[in-house]
Write a new protein. Structure first.
Length: 254
């Protein structure tokens, strides 16, 4: 029986992953959260084979209980943790000490060629430690259109994205969660690096046209510079490190 520690459980990927894994009676799921609140527990009240444990990447005192009886780990890097050497490497070293059989890490598409991103550094460290792994490298999240870019769509009927005329490939985070579930249960994906994309890539002009048709109002697409986009996002309160990762990803489009 597999005992899987899932970190990033309330996100767009972690929650559907847990829903899928919970249907397998041969899997026990341990959910690592910083705060085991009633709201978090309520979110998973209809899911079986599940337990909660306090976990914090930057608090090593939470590691022993979180890793107890665990043989596999799934995690997504929290956007606010941007210095892997300080806030992620101790966690990975502990996983190595516990002889974890597999780590499934959600990275970024093309990240193996971009050494500046935290994801690249985390991947490299996992390889250095020789921890059995699966790297999932998805393209842009479809949900970005309903979260990160929602304010511009609602207030300005505009997609404010510095992607020029390049085509972007979106993927639903629920599909990423489904892929992660397969990787955690099928040994053929061990020590594999998987790029996830949708079959079709679209320009943001095409996306704006489709959104206009669906919403019944005209959605425009502006093309700000990367610098202007970064400045506006930070001014809106989005964490600087998260914005920097967004900009590095968008640089591939322009």
């Amino acid at each position: 029986m597999d005992h899987i520690l899932v970190i990033g459980e309330t996100g767009n990927i972690g929650f559907p992953l847990i829903e899928i894994l919970s249907k397998n009676k041969d899997i026990k799921i341990k959910v690592g959260v910083r705060n085991i609140s009633s709201d978090v527990q309520k979110q998973f009240q209809n899911i079986n084979n599940l337990s909660f444990v306090k976990f914090d990447f930057i608090d090593s005192a939470t590691f022993p209980e979180a890793f107890s009886n665990v043989n596999k780990v799934f995690f997504v890097r929290p956007p606010q943790l941007s210095n892997p050497k300080e806030d992620m490497f101790p966690f990975l070293s502990y996983a190595k000490q516990q002889k974890i059989q597999q780590i499934v890490f959600v990275s970024l598409i093309g990240d193996e060629r971009n050494p500046v991103t935290p994801h690249h550094k985390i991947e490299k460290r996992i390889l250095q430690l020789e921890i059995p792994y699966t790297f999932i490298r998805p393209s842009f999240f479809m949900q970005n259109l309903s979260t990160t870019h929602l304010e511009d769509i609602r207030k300005h009927l505009n997609l404010f994205i510095p992607a020029g005329h390049a085509k972007t490939n979106f993927i639903d985070t629920r599909d990423i969660g489904e892929v992660a579930a397969v990787c955690l249960t099928d040994p053929k994906y061990l020590n594999q690096e998987l790029e996830l994309t949708d079959p079709e890539a679209l320009t943001y002009d095409e996306i704006a046209k489709d959104m206009s048709h669906i919403l019944g109002v005209r959605i425009s697409y502006s093309k700000p510079s990367l610098l202007k986009f970064r400045r506006v996002m930070i001014k809106r309160g989005i964490p600087k490190d998260y914005v920097n990762v967004m900009v590095m990803s968008l640089q591939k489009c322009v």
